[in-house]
Ligand binder design. Structure first.
Ligand code: SF4
Length: 453
């Protein structure tokens, strides 16, 4: 099948509307200034994604109109000219406090710290440009490829890994380039999973996006298509019935979205994810660990509980990449490990993402975990759980029943577990231990765990 897309320019035509803008919303947003588009418009347009895109906050003047406290901030001009700004009125309305203490503000409003330039940072730390056999197509892992379908996003996240691309020119893949991509995929049947990313592919009009999807789907060896998008978070009204009807033609199709903070969980974002899930599209979430946004474990616990509630599976938590312009967002790797330690045991496995460092020099994603393997011997692996309980796991073929075989002198330690001389070391008086004790002491409890009168 030949790809049909011409360019995003075609899709932009759909966005033209002469209607006035719409209302402010959100839980206690700051009051927009009277000349802010959001202050003077009608409700119907608020839910029109094209209106939201057309009325993105793009200049310091527009930002000051929405957040009057920023009118004196001429220093932001230099930041915006280097790294473009775009904030949908919807996302701006989620700002509760107009300063850097607010996570939505921090992720969307430019910050002069973006111009700080420590030598460990680079424009493209993942070296995507040298994994591009066709411009725009990143082929790093053997069986997967990532297609940059557009450089446009509805909101330019200040922490973006592709700051070098996103928003610098708002354009989409050309027909000629898409043909080259298809030819490459045809010549590489080992690629069975293609991620359509950007920029944000869901900023493309339905027809333009469908051209990309149908082109990729035309390659018989491509089994799975994934879309990476922040639209359900920053422009949820884009998830229209028509879009969903179109997407469901391209199953198996997965969508990974990008929620970073519980304040992004709104009735609108929930409805958007619900529509996609109802269309049989499995949803995952890729968060980035961001200083001052979500680097407290309780924040991510709340986010992940909320995501599971709206049928989005937390998939990855990324350590912030070594990208120029994001130094002020970086945390230590230790902070991420501490968070993972906190989450395990508090949340179900389906609510816990994998914490990864996307390695510089194109090394790919490296999972980083707290250490749960305490020791190993030829016969036993000693593990610890989230409570600090130490337990050994006998390797296949080990037949001893340690507690009955060996007389211990004193309290067992890790060596005794690894040697098979004891099987467990329990921490004293955990809540779970106390509950188990009560259950054990119940009269009438038999070996199956049932109570019989
Ligand atoms: S939506 Fe994605 S690509 Fe666009 S600015 Fe945000 S993180 Fe970057």
């Amino acid at each position: 099948m030949q790809p049909q897309v011409t360019s995003l320019a075609a899709s932009r035509e759909e966005e033209q509307s002469s209607e006035p803008p719409s209302r402010p919303r959100a839980e206690e947003p700051p009051s927009p200034a009277p000349d802010c588009p959001a202050a003077s418009s009608r409700d119907t347009l608020w839910n029109d994604w094209r209106w939201q895109i057309r009325n993105r906050i793009r200049t310091l003047e527009q930002l000051s109109a929405y957040l009057p406290g920023l009118s004196e901030r001429a220093d932001l001009k230099a930041v915006i000219s280097k790294y473009p700004m775009a904030i949908t009125p919807y996302y701006a309305s989620l700002i509760r406090v107009p300063d850097l203490s607010d996570p939505i503000f921090r992720m969307s409003v430019p910050n002069p710290q973006e111009l700080s330039d420590p030598p460990c940072l680079s424009e493209d730390p993942l070296e995507e440009h040298v994994d591009m056999p066709v411009p725009g197509l990143i082929h790093r892992y053997k069986d997967r490829a990532l297609l940059i379908a557009t450089t446009t996003c509805s909101m330019y996240c200040r922490h973006c890994t592709r700051k070098r691309i996103a928003g610098t020119r708002e354009t989409a893949i050309s027909l000629r380039r898409l043909r080259q991509v298809v030819e490459y995929l045809q010549a590489h049947p080992e690629i069975c999973d293609v991620i359509i990313s950007g920029g944000d592919p869901l900023t493309m009009a339905d027809a333009a996006l469908e051209s990309v999807l149908s082109a990729v789907r035309s390659v018989p060896t491509v089994q799975v298509i994934r879309i990476g998008t922040r639209v359900p978070v920053v422009l949820p009204m884009r998830i229209t019935d028509a879009l969903v009807q179109m997407l469901r033609k391209y199953h198996p199709l997965w969508i990974n979205t990008h929620f970073n903070h519980p304040n992004e969980l709104t009735s609108e974002s929930s409805a958007a994810c619900g529509k996609l899930a109802d269309a049989g599209i499995p949803l995952g979430n890729q968060s980035v660990l961001l200083r001052g946004v979500n680097d407290r474990p309780q924040v991510l616990e709340e986010l992940y509980r909320g995501l599971v509630r709206i049928r989005v599976r937390p998939y990855y938590l990324y350590q912030c990449d070594l990208v120029r312009g994001v130094e002020h967002f970086r945390t230590s790797v230790r902070a991420g490990i501490e968070i993972m330690e906190y989450l395990r045991g508090r949340l179900s496995g389906i609510a816990i993402p994998t914490f990864v460092v996307d390695a510089p020099h194109g090394g790919g994603k490296i999972p980083v975990l707290p250490n749960y393997v305490v020791s190993m011997s030829p016969t036993h692996t000693v593990l610890r759980n989230y409570e600090g309980l130490l337990i050994h796991y006998p390797e296949p073929g080990v037949e001893t029943i340690p507690d009955e075989q060996t007389e211990l002198h004193g309290t067992p330690g890790v060596w005794e577990l690894a040697a098979g001389k004891a099987s467990v070391i329990q921490p004293a008086r955990t809540l779970r231990g106390q509950r188990r004790e009560k259950i054990r002491n119940r009269a009438g409890l038999d070996a199956t765990g049932f109570l019989f009168d």
